[in-house]
Design a protein around this ligand. Structure first.
Ligand SMILES: Nc1ncnc2c1ncn2[C@@H]1O[C@H](COP(=O)(O)OP(=O)(O)OP(=O)(O)O)[C@@H](O)[C@H]1O
Length: 329
């Protein structure tokens, strides 16, 4: 649904250029929620703004819903942008307009008639749970309600894609949760494809199907969360399941990741029994990630890694992902 190919964007003077996007390629499937995560300055905002060409790339191409936006004339681009809604961290509402007025504005600018505007706005306000707030002004709303107006406005032109630029960063944890759940239900009920940027792993964990990790204008990793969890060495997978620091010592330490049904199996007990091992449990986490029940366990095994090749092969044969965090001495 969204494809970025080798997109580059450089800011600043030629003497001191900032490569905000450095050959970024990204593929977001129709109907999924895709999260781009990275630290401040990684290039996330620039990336999301190139998807609707608020920011025009210096090179590379951007396609949304099978149309290459980078090849369109300005007039055709205006039309194509109706397929793409966007929500912002600071809501960007007009204070002088009511909730209804803010949502209707998005329809006025694309020439939708008065009656159609009113009926569509009623429909959308109900969808975001604001039917009772239609005549209030932004100053009378909480942060979460303001973001619901922002989402309603973004949905007014019935887009197929929603871009979310840190939509929950200005909200408290409880409100964040309710807005994320709203995005999830819009994704499910309307088949809306959502591309969001965030600096919080919890946002990725709670609603995303896929994710990309950005740093220094580049994508370091991307994919479906269930696939990343099964990929040894994945930084995203480590972020989804932080297991803390390694203990001191000379023991062997392994991380065992379970994706899907295998998580229910008594892996540790079986390992201890079959291989007569004194297994130490250093950490464990269990989550539903990307729609699958997943877990990661950090185990400490006595002695060197060479003593455990049979046990590790056995775990891998069961479909578990084993990563050797430290080879004992
Ligand atoms: N209009 C601009 N002019 C000059 N430099 C810019 C501009 N926009 C972004 N940059 C620079 O590009 C780099 C990427 O910025 P960007 O805002 O995309 O990162 P980000 O990951 O969204 O960060 P944050 O989470 O802090 O918003 C940064 O070094 C930033 O200073």
């Amino acid at each position: 649904m969204i494809t970025l190919t080798s997109v580059t964007k450089v800011f600043g003077a030629a003497t001191n250029p900032v490569r905000a996007l450095d050959g970024v390629s990204l593929a977001v499937d129709a109907g999924e929620i895709f999260g781009v995560i990275g630290q401040s300055g990684a290039g996330k905002s620039t990336l999301i703004r190139t998807v609707n060409l608020l920011e025009r790339p210096d090179s590379g191409s951007v396609s949304v819903a099978d149309r290459e936006l980078t090849a369109l004339s300005d007039r055709d681009l205006l039309h194509a942008r109706r397929e793409i809604g966007m929500v912002f961290q600071q809501f960007n509402l007009l204070d002088s307009r009511t909730v209804r007025g803010n949502v209707e504005l998005a329809l006025e600018v694309v020439g939708v008639g008065r009656r159609e505007r009113a009926s569509r706005t009623n429909e959308i306000l109900e969808l975001v749970g604001l039917e009772n707030k239609a005549n209030q002004y932004p100053a009378q709303l909480s942060g979460g309600q303001k973001q619901r107006v922002g989402i309603a406005r973004a949905l007014a032109s019935r887009p197929r894609v929603l871009l979310s630029d840190e939509a929950t960063s200005a909200l408290d944890p409880e409100t964040t949760h309710s807005i994320l759940q709203l995005l999830k239900s819009l994704n499910r009920d309307l088949g809306l494809t959502i591309l969001l940027i965030t600096h919080e792993m919890d946002v990725v964990k709670s609603i995303c199907d896929s994710a990309a990790l950005m740093s220094g204008g580049r994508i370091l990793e991307q994919g479906r969360l269930v696939d990343l969890l099964a990929q040894p060495g994945s930084q995203l997978a480590r972020g989804l399941f932080p297991l803390g620091e390694l203990p001191d010592g000379n023991s062997t330490v392994i991380d065992v990741t379970f994706v899907g049904l295998s998580s229910a199996r008594p892996v540790v007990a079986r390992l201890a029994r079959t291989h007569q091992l004194d297994v130490g449990l250093l950490g464990a986490a269990m989550e539903t990630i990307g729609g699958a029940q997943s877990g990661r366990t950090r185990l400490e095994l006595p002695g060197t890694i060479d003593a455990h090749t049979a046990a590790i092969s056995d775990l891998r044969a069961q479909g578990l992902v084993v990563e050797i965090v430290r080879s004992g001495r």
